[in-house]
Design a protein around this ligand. Structure first.
Ligand SMILES: [Zn+2]
Length: 128
């Protein structure tokens, strides 16, 4: 009886230590995340075969169609973000990237040579 009570107390102690560590971990993660939080981008540069095709504000919704050698690649600017809607590439990594809205983020479709780069919105932004 005595042994049983003491072992369940030990389990409770271990559980509370684990919970405390998990809590500390979550707090640290939140602090690090807040410190490294990226700013929302203000502009998007779209390149094809290394050449700048478009430099557009993210504030205006727009559909862009790039005629690649394999067919059209559709890019959509909406709600302050940008995504590749459809692409003739085989792997569709670019489409699976989903919507991007933070400065410094990018979507690259290597097979089609299309690059989507989010810029601006940073502190100390350099205007190119
Ligand atoms: Zn692609």
């Amino acid at each position: 009886m005595q042994a049983k009570a003491s072992s369940s107390r030990k389990v409770i102690l271990i559980e509370s230590i684990v919970l405390t560590l998990v809590f500390i971990g979550i707090v640290l993660y939140a602090i690090i995340f807040a410190m490294t939080k990226k700013e929302n981008a203000s502009k998007v540069n779209i390149t094809y075969q290394g050449e700048l095709l478009y430099s557009l504000p993210l504030s205006e919704d727009k559909d862009i169609n790039i005629a690649t050698s394999d067919g059209p690649l559709f890019i959509r600017i909406e709600e302050g973000g940008v995504r590749v809607v459809s692409s003739p590439c085989a792997n569709h990594f670019c489409v699976n990237e989903g919507i991007k809205s933070k400065s410094g983020e990018s979507i690259v479709c290597a097979p089609e040579g299309v690059g989507v780069y989010l810029i601006g919105g940073e502190v100390g932004e350099i205007n190119l």
